[in-house]
Design a protein around this ligand. Structure first.
Ligand SMILES: Nc1ncnc2c1ncn2[C@@H]1O[C@H](COP(=O)(O)OP(=O)(O)OP(=O)(O)O)[C@@H](O)[C@H]1O
Ligand SMILES: Cc1ncsc1CCO
Ligand SMILES: [Mg+2]
Length: 268
Protein backbone atom coordinates (compact mmCIF):
# COMPACT_ATOMS: atom_id res chain seq x y z
CA UNK A 1 0.00 0.00 0.00
CA UNK A 2 1.32 3.46 -0.86
CA UNK A 3 1.80 5.92 2.00
CA UNK A 4 -0.76 8.19 0.27
CA UNK A 5 -3.24 5.27 0.18
CA UNK A 6 -5.44 6.38 -2.77
CA UNK A 7 -7.59 3.27 -2.33
CA UNK A 8 -8.86 4.47 1.06
CA UNK A 9 -10.06 7.68 -0.59
CA UNK A 10 -11.81 5.77 -3.40
CA UNK A 11 -13.50 3.58 -0.80
CA UNK A 12 -14.76 6.68 1.04
CA UNK A 13 -16.19 8.18 -2.17
CA UNK A 14 -18.02 4.94 -2.96
CA UNK A 15 -19.35 4.61 0.57
CA UNK A 16 -20.60 8.20 0.86
CA UNK A 17 -21.85 9.13 -2.66
CA UNK A 18 -20.86 12.79 -2.19
CA UNK A 19 -23.11 15.50 -3.62
CA UNK A 20 -20.87 17.60 -5.90
CA UNK A 21 -22.19 21.02 -6.90
CA UNK A 22 -20.70 22.19 -10.20
CA UNK A 23 -20.85 25.55 -11.93
CA UNK A 24 -19.14 24.37 -15.08
CA UNK A 25 -19.14 25.18 -18.79
CA UNK A 26 -21.71 24.31 -21.47
CA UNK A 27 -19.35 21.78 -23.07
CA UNK A 28 -18.57 19.90 -19.84
CA UNK A 29 -22.06 19.84 -18.36
CA UNK A 30 -23.08 16.40 -19.64
CA UNK A 31 -19.74 14.51 -19.76
CA UNK A 32 -18.83 15.76 -16.28
CA UNK A 33 -22.13 14.59 -14.80
CA UNK A 34 -21.66 11.17 -16.42
CA UNK A 35 -18.09 10.88 -15.15
CA UNK A 36 -19.22 11.71 -11.60
CA UNK A 37 -22.05 9.18 -11.78
CA UNK A 38 -19.69 6.50 -13.12
CA UNK A 39 -17.32 7.19 -10.23
CA UNK A 40 -20.12 6.82 -7.69
CA UNK A 41 -20.73 10.46 -6.78
CA UNK A 42 -23.88 12.54 -7.14
CA UNK A 43 -23.43 15.53 -9.49
CA UNK A 44 -25.64 18.62 -9.62
CA UNK A 45 -25.17 21.43 -12.13
CA UNK A 46 -26.64 24.53 -10.44
CA UNK A 47 -25.84 27.94 -11.92
CA UNK A 48 -28.43 30.60 -11.13
CA UNK A 49 -27.20 33.34 -8.85
CA UNK A 50 -30.55 33.13 -7.06
CA UNK A 51 -29.67 29.69 -5.65
CA UNK A 52 -25.91 29.07 -6.08
CA UNK A 53 -24.94 30.06 -2.54
CA UNK A 54 -27.79 28.13 -0.93
CA UNK A 55 -26.93 25.01 -2.93
CA UNK A 56 -23.19 25.23 -2.26
CA UNK A 57 -23.86 25.11 1.47
CA UNK A 58 -25.76 21.81 1.04
CA UNK A 59 -23.11 20.08 -1.06
CA UNK A 60 -20.17 17.90 -0.05
CA UNK A 61 -17.97 19.85 -2.46
CA UNK A 62 -18.23 22.66 -5.01
CA UNK A 63 -16.39 23.03 -8.33
CA UNK A 64 -16.12 26.23 -10.39
CA UNK A 65 -15.06 26.22 -14.06
CA UNK A 66 -14.61 29.34 -16.20
CA UNK A 67 -14.77 27.53 -19.58
CA UNK A 68 -17.81 29.32 -21.04
CA UNK A 69 -18.06 32.21 -18.66
CA UNK A 70 -20.55 35.08 -18.52
CA UNK A 71 -20.74 37.93 -15.99
CA UNK A 72 -23.90 36.51 -14.37
CA UNK A 73 -22.27 33.10 -13.93
CA UNK A 74 -19.14 34.69 -12.50
CA UNK A 75 -21.26 36.45 -9.86
CA UNK A 76 -22.95 33.13 -9.07
CA UNK A 77 -19.51 31.50 -8.72
CA UNK A 78 -18.40 34.24 -6.35
CA UNK A 79 -21.52 33.75 -4.19
CA UNK A 80 -21.11 29.96 -4.24
CA UNK A 81 -17.43 30.10 -3.27
CA UNK A 82 -18.14 32.40 -0.33
CA UNK A 83 -21.02 30.18 0.86
CA UNK A 84 -18.88 27.06 0.52
CA UNK A 85 -16.06 28.58 2.54
CA UNK A 86 -18.51 29.76 5.23
CA UNK A 87 -20.02 26.26 5.43
CA UNK A 88 -16.61 24.53 5.51
CA UNK A 89 -17.29 22.95 2.11
CA UNK A 90 -14.14 22.33 0.02
CA UNK A 91 -14.13 23.80 -3.47
CA UNK A 92 -12.13 23.37 -6.68
CA UNK A 93 -11.19 26.04 -9.22
CA UNK A 94 -10.74 24.95 -12.87
CA UNK A 95 -9.22 28.01 -14.61
CA UNK A 96 -10.02 27.05 -18.22
CA UNK A 97 -8.01 29.08 -20.76
CA UNK A 98 -7.30 31.63 -18.03
CA UNK A 99 -4.43 33.19 -19.99
CA UNK A 100 -6.45 33.78 -23.16
CA UNK A 101 -8.39 36.99 -22.45
CA UNK A 102 -8.60 39.84 -19.99
CA UNK A 103 -12.04 38.68 -18.80
CA UNK A 104 -10.63 35.25 -17.94
CA UNK A 105 -7.54 36.67 -16.22
CA UNK A 106 -9.72 38.94 -14.07
CA UNK A 107 -12.12 36.08 -13.32
CA UNK A 108 -9.21 33.82 -12.40
CA UNK A 109 -7.77 36.42 -10.02
CA UNK A 110 -11.18 37.12 -8.47
CA UNK A 111 -11.90 33.44 -7.76
CA UNK A 112 -8.33 32.76 -6.62
CA UNK A 113 -8.75 35.50 -3.99
CA UNK A 114 -11.70 33.52 -2.53
CA UNK A 115 -9.31 30.75 -1.39
CA UNK A 116 -10.07 27.56 -3.35
CA UNK A 117 -9.14 24.28 -1.66
CA UNK A 118 -7.71 22.93 -4.93
CA UNK A 119 -6.81 24.47 -8.28
CA UNK A 120 -6.77 21.93 -11.16
CA UNK A 121 -5.68 22.91 -14.64
CA UNK A 122 -3.45 21.96 -17.52
CA UNK A 123 0.13 23.28 -17.51
CA UNK A 124 -0.59 26.36 -19.64
CA UNK A 125 -3.46 27.34 -17.33
CA UNK A 126 -1.42 26.96 -14.15
CA UNK A 127 1.48 28.93 -15.65
CA UNK A 128 -0.93 31.69 -16.71
CA UNK A 129 -2.66 31.84 -13.32
CA UNK A 130 0.59 31.68 -11.36
CA UNK A 131 2.84 33.96 -13.35
CA UNK A 132 1.02 35.26 -16.46
CA UNK A 133 3.12 33.04 -18.77
CA UNK A 134 2.18 29.98 -20.86
CA UNK A 135 -0.91 31.22 -22.69
CA UNK A 136 -1.86 27.86 -24.24
CA UNK A 137 -3.97 27.36 -27.37
CA UNK A 138 -7.43 28.34 -26.16
CA UNK A 139 -8.53 25.60 -23.76
CA UNK A 140 -5.67 23.28 -24.80
CA UNK A 141 -2.23 23.22 -23.22
CA UNK A 142 0.98 24.01 -25.08
CA UNK A 143 3.16 23.19 -22.06
CA UNK A 144 3.93 20.10 -19.97
CA UNK A 145 3.44 19.72 -16.19
CA UNK A 146 7.22 19.21 -15.75
CA UNK A 147 7.74 22.85 -16.79
CA UNK A 148 5.18 24.11 -14.26
CA UNK A 149 6.52 22.53 -11.05
CA UNK A 150 8.03 25.68 -9.56
CA UNK A 151 5.05 27.84 -10.63
CA UNK A 152 2.60 25.33 -9.14
CA UNK A 153 4.48 25.14 -5.84
CA UNK A 154 4.70 28.91 -5.49
CA UNK A 155 1.00 29.29 -6.43
CA UNK A 156 0.16 26.71 -3.75
CA UNK A 157 2.16 28.59 -1.11
CA UNK A 158 0.72 31.96 -2.12
CA UNK A 159 -2.92 30.82 -2.29
CA UNK A 160 -3.04 28.10 0.36
CA UNK A 161 -4.59 25.78 -2.25
CA UNK A 162 -3.44 22.37 -3.40
CA UNK A 163 -2.42 22.79 -7.05
CA UNK A 164 -2.87 19.95 -9.56
CA UNK A 165 -1.30 20.23 -13.03
CA UNK A 166 -2.41 17.64 -15.56
CA UNK A 167 -0.91 16.37 -18.80
CA UNK A 168 1.03 13.28 -19.78
CA UNK A 169 2.29 12.94 -16.22
CA UNK A 170 0.31 14.91 -13.62
CA UNK A 171 1.69 16.67 -10.59
CA UNK A 172 0.08 17.72 -7.32
CA UNK A 173 1.61 20.05 -4.76
CA UNK A 174 0.59 21.81 -1.57
CA UNK A 175 3.76 23.92 -1.65
CA UNK A 176 5.59 21.52 0.66
CA UNK A 177 4.95 18.08 -0.84
CA UNK A 178 4.94 17.22 -4.54
CA UNK A 179 3.43 14.06 -6.03
CA UNK A 180 3.75 12.86 -9.61
CA UNK A 181 0.99 10.70 -11.03
CA UNK A 182 1.77 8.65 -14.14
CA UNK A 183 -0.76 6.80 -16.30
CA UNK A 184 -3.71 7.92 -18.35
CA UNK A 185 -3.71 7.66 -22.14
CA UNK A 186 -2.83 9.89 -25.13
CA UNK A 187 -6.51 9.78 -26.23
CA UNK A 188 -7.58 11.65 -23.07
CA UNK A 189 -6.83 15.14 -24.44
CA UNK A 190 -8.69 14.09 -27.64
CA UNK A 191 -11.98 13.85 -25.76
CA UNK A 192 -13.41 17.21 -24.73
CA UNK A 193 -14.01 18.08 -21.11
CA UNK A 194 -12.17 15.13 -19.58
CA UNK A 195 -10.07 17.67 -17.66
CA UNK A 196 -13.19 19.58 -16.57
CA UNK A 197 -14.69 16.26 -15.47
CA UNK A 198 -11.53 15.46 -13.52
CA UNK A 199 -12.00 18.69 -11.57
CA UNK A 200 -15.42 17.32 -10.58
CA UNK A 201 -13.81 14.05 -9.53
CA UNK A 202 -11.33 16.00 -7.39
CA UNK A 203 -14.37 17.61 -5.73
CA UNK A 204 -15.85 14.18 -5.02
CA UNK A 205 -12.60 13.04 -3.39
CA UNK A 206 -12.34 16.23 -1.31
CA UNK A 207 -15.75 15.73 0.31
CA UNK A 208 -15.11 14.44 3.81
CA UNK A 209 -11.33 14.18 3.28
CA UNK A 210 -8.92 15.24 6.01
CA UNK A 211 -5.93 15.85 3.73
CA UNK A 212 -6.84 17.67 0.50
CA UNK A 213 -3.40 16.90 -0.96
CA UNK A 214 -3.82 13.13 -0.51
CA UNK A 215 -7.44 13.31 -1.72
CA UNK A 216 -6.36 15.14 -4.89
CA UNK A 217 -3.59 12.62 -5.58
CA UNK A 218 -6.14 9.81 -5.12
CA UNK A 219 -8.54 11.46 -7.59
CA UNK A 220 -5.82 11.84 -10.21
CA UNK A 221 -4.54 8.31 -9.63
CA UNK A 222 -8.05 6.88 -10.07
CA UNK A 223 -8.42 8.82 -13.32
CA UNK A 224 -4.99 7.70 -14.54
CA UNK A 225 -5.69 4.02 -13.92
CA UNK A 226 -9.17 4.21 -15.49
CA UNK A 227 -7.67 6.05 -18.48
CA UNK A 228 -4.98 3.43 -18.96
CA UNK A 229 -7.55 0.64 -18.87
CA UNK A 230 -9.92 2.47 -21.23
CA UNK A 231 -7.05 2.96 -23.67
CA UNK A 232 -6.64 -0.81 -23.98
CA UNK A 233 -10.24 -1.16 -25.18
CA UNK A 234 -10.54 2.00 -27.33
CA UNK A 235 -10.20 2.35 -31.12
CA UNK A 236 -10.26 6.17 -31.08
CA UNK A 237 -11.69 9.14 -29.13
CA UNK A 238 -15.33 8.02 -29.50
CA UNK A 239 -14.92 4.53 -28.13
CA UNK A 240 -12.44 5.86 -25.55
CA UNK A 241 -15.07 8.17 -24.05
CA UNK A 242 -17.42 5.22 -23.56
CA UNK A 243 -14.69 2.84 -22.34
CA UNK A 244 -13.49 5.47 -19.86
CA UNK A 245 -16.90 5.71 -18.15
CA UNK A 246 -17.01 1.92 -17.93
CA UNK A 247 -13.44 1.74 -16.54
CA UNK A 248 -14.12 4.39 -13.91
CA UNK A 249 -17.29 2.58 -12.87
CA UNK A 250 -15.43 -0.77 -12.67
CA UNK A 251 -12.40 0.61 -10.82
CA UNK A 252 -12.01 -0.94 -7.37
CA UNK A 253 -9.67 -0.28 -4.47
CA UNK A 254 -7.48 -3.32 -5.17
CA UNK A 255 -6.99 -2.45 -8.85
CA UNK A 256 -6.20 1.15 -7.90
CA UNK A 257 -3.57 0.07 -5.36
CA UNK A 258 -1.98 -2.35 -7.86
CA UNK A 259 -1.89 0.03 -10.83
CA UNK A 260 -1.42 3.54 -9.36
CA UNK A 261 2.01 4.89 -10.29
CA UNK A 262 2.85 7.59 -7.73
CA UNK A 263 6.02 9.35 -6.68
CA UNK A 264 6.16 11.55 -3.58
CA UNK A 265 8.90 14.13 -3.08
CA UNK A 266 9.52 17.61 -1.67
CA UNK A 267 8.13 20.62 -3.55
CA UNK A 268 10.74 22.86 -5.22
N1 LIG B 1 -0.63 12.67 -23.21
C1 LIG B 1 -1.33 12.19 -22.18
N2 LIG B 1 -1.09 10.93 -21.74
C2 LIG B 1 -1.79 10.42 -20.71
N3 LIG B 1 -2.75 11.10 -20.04
C3 LIG B 1 -3.03 12.36 -20.42
C4 LIG B 1 -2.32 12.98 -21.50
N4 LIG B 1 -2.78 14.25 -21.63
C5 LIG B 1 -3.74 14.40 -20.69
N5 LIG B 1 -3.89 13.28 -19.96
C6 LIG B 1 -4.83 13.06 -18.86
O1 LIG B 1 -6.08 13.60 -19.25
C7 LIG B 1 -6.78 14.13 -18.12
C8 LIG B 1 -7.23 15.56 -18.42
O2 LIG B 1 -6.09 16.37 -18.40
P1 LIG B 1 -5.82 17.57 -19.41
O3 LIG B 1 -4.51 18.16 -19.01
O4 LIG B 1 -5.99 17.11 -20.82
O5 LIG B 1 -7.00 18.55 -19.00
P2 LIG B 1 -7.57 19.85 -19.69
O6 LIG B 1 -6.60 20.41 -20.67
O7 LIG B 1 -8.06 20.75 -18.61
O8 LIG B 1 -8.84 19.23 -20.44
P3 LIG B 1 -10.23 19.92 -20.90
O9 LIG B 1 -10.07 21.39 -20.77
O10 LIG B 1 -10.44 19.48 -22.30
O11 LIG B 1 -11.29 19.41 -20.01
C9 LIG B 1 -5.82 14.00 -16.94
O12 LIG B 1 -6.17 12.83 -16.21
C10 LIG B 1 -4.45 13.81 -17.59
O13 LIG B 1 -3.57 13.03 -16.80
C1 LIG C 1 -13.92 23.22 -25.79
C2 LIG C 1 -14.24 24.13 -24.67
N1 LIG C 1 -14.44 25.46 -24.88
C3 LIG C 1 -14.70 26.14 -23.77
S1 LIG C 1 -14.72 25.16 -22.39
C4 LIG C 1 -14.38 23.78 -23.31
C5 LIG C 1 -14.27 22.43 -22.70
C6 LIG C 1 -12.88 21.99 -22.47
O1 LIG C 1 -12.19 22.79 -21.60
MG1 LIG D 1 -9.42 22.28 -18.91
Amino acid sequence: MHSLDPAAHLTRVRATTPLVHNITNHVAMNPMANVLLALGASPAMVHAREEAAEFAALAGALTLNIGTLSPHWLDAMDDAARAATAAGTPWVLDPVAVGATRFRREAGDRLLALAPSVIRGNASEILALAERTGGGRGVDSTAAPEGAEAAAASLARRSGAVVAVTGERDLVTDGTRLARVAGGHPLMPRVTALGCSLSGVVGAFLAGAEDPFAATVAALASYAVAGEQAGEAARGPGSFAVAFLDALHALDATTLTEHARLELTDAP
